[in-house]
Design a binder for this molecule. Structure first.
Ligand code: UGY
Ligand code: MN
Length: 261
């Protein structure tokens, strides 16, 4: 069943999928094959849980379509859990119980671990969001705080000295934050400069374009709407392919903490 790509009913050919799941290592999850999950608190939404601890992630990612009057007005995120939302399309009212804003495409909000996140579709048409939660790792003397913004208000920088690869850092460089979100964008033909191998995990949602992605030294085609989980130490790199559209994705990355032993 492909409820996200509206491909339902019998297929012409054999059943097939681009999904690749290597628990504790990496996963590629395209729209085709996503199923809906019921999560208490979310009303009038089509919601799919993407990465979770069952896959090997220390966070949970969701892709959610909010229908008219859809959202979570009970509050998302339990005590000790930080939350982040990125608006892919539409308009979203988001708050932390003390302040709220309406965000449109490219808008995002972070809510710290001692507050809940409240979400409401702010239009009659559907709104699509990428949602994240993680248990916050406190650091003595520092704190994170609620933040609303839009990628359009940020300045991109060349990624590692490459003019055709741009990066936007969504959260502040502040030790109070134990993770960051970024948007990384490769013009057609651009690539990473090297295959990265690092301790941090990523959950990446592809916003536009097409590419070849190297996950643990296997190259696989990816495109807009695909989700990629990259676990700790998973070798990773991308080449953007296609003609006019950049390969862009929004992704999380843990940071600013010494691993516990
Ligand atoms: O920030 C990163 O680690 C990023 N360059 N990783 C990635 O795109 N797979
Ligand atoms: Mn990386």
């Amino acid at each position: 069943m492909g409820y996200k790509n509206n491909v339902q009913g019998y297929r012409d050919g054999l059943l097939e999928s681009r999904s690749v799941i290597k628990r504790q290592n990496y996963a590629l999850i395209p729209h085709d094959g996503l199923v809906k999950n019921v999560v208490p608190g979310f009303e009038n939404c089509d919601l799919t849980i993407l990465a979770s601890p069952k896959l090997g992630a220390n966070f949970v990612d969701y892709i959610i379509t909010l229908h008219e009057n859809g959202g979570n007005t009970q509050g998302f995120g339990e005590d000790g859990v930080e939350t982040f939302v990125y608006v892919i399309e539409g308009a979203l009212k988001v708050g932390d119980g003390t302040q709220e804003q309406t965000l449109t495409a490219g808008g995002y909000a972070y809510v710290p671990a001692d507050l809940k996140m409240y979400l409401e579709n702010a239009q009659t048409q559907d709104t699509e969001i990428f949602l994240y939660k993680k248990r916050y790792e406190p650091l003595e003397g520092y704190a994170a705080h609620t933040l609303f913004n839009n990628v359009e208000h940020l300045e991109a920088t060349n990624y590692e000295d490459m003019e055709d690869v741009l990066i936007w850092d969504l959260l502040p460089k502040d030790l109070g934050f134990d993770m960051n979100f970024h948007v990384l964008s490769f013009k057609p033909g651009a690539s990473h400069g090297y295959v990265e191998t690092h301790v941090q995990e990523h959950g990446a949602y592809i916003l536009s374009g097409q590419g070849m992605y190297n996950l643990d030294n296997e190259w696989m085609p990816v495109e807009k709407g695909d989700y990629i989980f990259m676990g700790a130490y998973n070798p990773q790199a991308a080449y953007a392919v296609g003609r006019n559209e950049s390969l862009s994705y929004v992704y999380s990355k843990d940071c600013n903490r010494d691993p516990k032993i």
